[in-house]
Design a protein around this ligand. Structure first.
Ligand code: GLC
Length: 733
């Protein structure tokens, strides 16, 4: 799938031999579409005005919509631009025509974009979709996004985001697949397959861009862009595995992350970029910086000026500059001064040309005219897939006295402003969606429930309306309270120091509960929340995240019982924010948290999470019996009997964990090693078997060596990280 043909390889070498230094540097430059006017203040000032609230987001966007933009046509014609971020197919073809037909060598542009969880058919944010534990789904949704974006000229996704994240204060938890390296790795593999592997037509695949490399999710105190530092064994066992897995799967490109890692920003880090990513993992394509990140190396204090930052970056293995123009402006001089060798430049250029060749851009540089506009109406199968993804991502957290599901004939009051906001279903990093395609929770509920009234009553940033609450209680037999975070409260640059529900949302829940009517909380949020109060007082809680264009129909399907929820958590939920970072796969310590004082615990908060990794309820129930572990030559055969002990069909997510009890460095108390979705009819029992290769039971030490050490291992199987059956084996490798 990754191999170029002999002819393609020869064409690359032939191009390299013809290229001037200027043209070579041009291939390492991604230009931003600059805003050059149409308003009477400098663009930077406009940004400041929006940031400090002098103008609203809407006013800003209105100004932007009429602003004049510089697409760098002359630079493209001169061969000084390699890539741009644009999603309008006509504009893509216009600029591509200049590159292909007017530049000296006709090297095509590569258009990239943040397509994190869907292009036009937006599906659940990654923290949600990962909770389906459905690798086939991960792949299908990625393939759908690839087709839709390539149909708009976007052949490069800055995705999948595969940062392991353990601190829900970080806003970008929403963008990644959670806290577990194995689940994140399987998510990464599936996304790469979905994005890259359908070569049945040039319009069906794109280049993946694994991000953010590396350990960005470990930003201290969950504060975005903050420093990261860790022992090598932590880097090797927790943060690198998803990137290793995805490069093994054939990922073409990688984006270096903003953070400094152990004192060296990842943008200029030869150890992570060259030694690990290129020389050990053998990345076939190129590395791009994050936006403005080369310039920020001056701010980091690792470079004396922009030219120094550019020299350090390209020498460290950072091939393409996203948006600063530093490579464009300084690399030629750096080469002439001998500070950057031609070998470094040629290697970077070759990597970029290989990806463009692999994408077929030399043969198919344009969006075919007949393709343009085909997604004005979303294909029915795309909408259906978005709905399936949304339904499988919903997690039932609490269901006291089986309050759920609700008979669609019952009188239902839907409460909360979030319910009626179509723009709030798409989640962070959705760029190419249309409101007309979005189904709000209220839209979906109205469709499914015959006797329904809507009472706004308040939202994440508006005070509650007690009169409305009274009306809601008067009308409905049951109240569906849609509460949570605005999309703007998670994603990039959206860390929160307190991850409880916004106060006004909890106040609204309290008032609703005081009416005496049963209340179901439907959460719309982009991160795990600290739900201590809600878990104690609200009888039913459904985690609905930001599920994309079909959110409303998915929520209605689950609340009505048409769909039995099967989602499980890809990230632990804390009791209180102060527990962050909190995750299941932690070392035991010498004093594991317990009842006695002198153990690893808090005076004022519980030791354990509220809801653990892998947790999720169902409208039915499952039992696990007969765990058996059989040692084979190269693997363990682990089997368990899973039974649906309830009265309706349901899907359980069976999880296999292990623990290396004694090793040369401390190991986590549990490590996820495999999982599968099992659908069972009422009363049905099935034997589920995992084959765990012994080779996968090891770990990296602080020297980066992979170790398989003899000794005792625990094997766990269950429906979440906390409640498992346990077995013990002694292994000699
Ligand atoms: C942003 C993000 C990165 C994104 C890039 C381009 O700052 O960190 O995830 O791909 O810029 O938009």
């Amino acid at each position: 799938m990754n191999r170029l043909t002999k002819q393609q390889e020869e064409k690359i070498q032939d191009l390299l031999s013809q290229m001037t230094l200027d043209e070579k540097i041009g291939q390492l430059n991604q230009e931003s579409v600059s805003i050059v006017g149409g308003f009477d203040v400098p663009f930077e000032e406009l940004i400041e005005m929006m940031t400090d609230g002098r103008i609203s987001q809407e006013e800003f966007e209105k100004i932007m919509s009429t602003a004049e933009q510089d697409y760098h046509e002359d630079d493209i014609r001169a061969g000084r631009v390699s890539s741009l971020m644009i999603q309008d197919p006509e504009k893509v073809n216009e600029l591509q025509k200049i590159a292909v037909e007017e530049s000296r060598l006709g090297i095509p542009l590569i258009f990239g974009l943040d397509v994190i969880h869907g292009f036009r058919s937006v599906y659940p944010i990654a923290i949600a979709e990962a909770g389906s534990f459905d690798t086939e789904l991960f792949e299908k949704t990625a393939r759908m996004a690839a087709k839709e974006s390539r149909g708009h000229g976007v052949a490069w996704h800055f995705a999948p985001m595969i940062d392991v994240a353990r601190d829900a204060r970080w806003g970008r938890v929403s963008e990644g697949p959670g806290e577990d390296p194995h689940l994140v790795s399987e998510f990464a593999r599936a996304k790469v397959r979905g994005l890259q592997n359908d070569h049945s037509s040039p319009g069906n695949y794109v280049a993946a861009c694994l991000k953010h490399y590396v350990a960005y999710g470990a930003c201290e105190s969950g504060r975005d862009y903050n420093t990261t530092s860790m022992a090598p064994y932590m880097l090797y066992n927790t943060y690198l595995p998803p990137f290793k897995a995805a490069v093994e799967e054939g990922a073409q490109t990688v984006m270096a992350s903003f953070n400094d890692l152990n004192g060296v920003p990842c943008t200029v880090n030869p150890f992570t970029l060259r030694k690990i990513l290129k020389e050990t993992y053998h990345l076939p394509g190129f590395v791009v910086s994050d936006a403005n990140a080369i310039r920020e190396c001056v701010t980091h204090g690792i470079a004396s000026d922009e030219k120094d930052a550019g020299i350090q970056a390209v020498n460290a293995g950072l091939d393409m500059d996203m948006g600063t123009g530093i490579y464009r402006d300084h690399l030629k001089e750096a080469v002439e001064e001998g500070k950057v060798s031609m070998d470094v430049i040629d290697e970077a250029v070759e990597r970029v040309l290989r990806v463009k060749m692999w994408l077929g851009l030399f043969d198919h540089p344009y969006v075919p005219e007949e393709v343009i506009g085909t997604y004005e109406e979303l294909p029915a199968e795309h909408v259906a897939l978005a709905r399936k993804a949304a339904e499988e991502s919903i997690v039932l957290l609490k269901n006291e006295n089986e309050l759920l599901p609700i008979d669609p004939k019952k009188k239902v009051s839907v409460v909360g402003e979030l319910a009626d906001k179509r723009e709030e279903v798409v989640g962070a990093w959705s760029i190419s969606w249309k409101e007309k395609d979005c189904v709000s929770v209220l839209d979906g509920m109205k469709e499914r429930f015959e006797n329904l009234e809507y009472f706004p009553c308040g939202g994440p940033s508006t005070e509650i309306n007690e009169e409305e609450i009274e009306k809601a209680a008067k009308y409905g037999d049951v109240i569906i309270a849609v509460v949570g975070e605005l999309v703007s409260m998670s994603g990039e640059a959206s860390s929160r120091a307190d991850i409880t529900l916004p106060d006004c949302q909890r106040e609204m829940l309290k008032k609703l509960l005081e009416t005496g009517k049963p209340v179901v909380a439907v959460l719309m949020n982009g991160r795990p929340l600290a739900l201590e109060w809600e878990a104690e007082h609200v009888p039913a809680i459904v985690e609905a995240w930001h599920l994309g264009i079909q959110m409303g129909n998915a929520v209605a399907s689950v609340l009505s019982g048409d769909v039995n929820p099967s989602g499980h958590l890809a990230s632990s939920f804390p009791v209180v924010t102060g527990q962050c970072p909190i995750y299941y796969n932690h070392p035991n310590t010498g004093r594991p948290g317990g009842k006695s004082k002198f153990t690893s615990r808090y005076l004022d908060a519980p030791y354990d999470s509220l809801y653990p990794f892998g947790y999720g309820l169902s409208y039915t129930a499952f039992s696990f019996e007969d765990l058996a572990v059989e040692e084979r030559e190269d693997s363990l055969a682990v089997s368990v009997s899973v039974k649906n002990t309830g009265s309706r069909k349901g899907t359980e997510i069976v999880q296999l964990y292990m623990r290396d009890v004694t090793a040369s460095i401390v190991r986590p108390v549990k490590e996820l090693k495999d999982f599968c979705r099992v659908e069972l009819e009422p009363g049905e029992e099935r034997k589920v078997e995992f084959i765990l290769p012994k080779q996968k039971m090891g770990f990296y030490n602080n020297e980066g060596e992979y170790c398989l050490e003899n000794g005792e291992f625990k094997i766990y199987v269950g429906g979440n990280a906390r409640e498992c059956m346990e077995s013990t084996v002694n292994l000699s490798f």
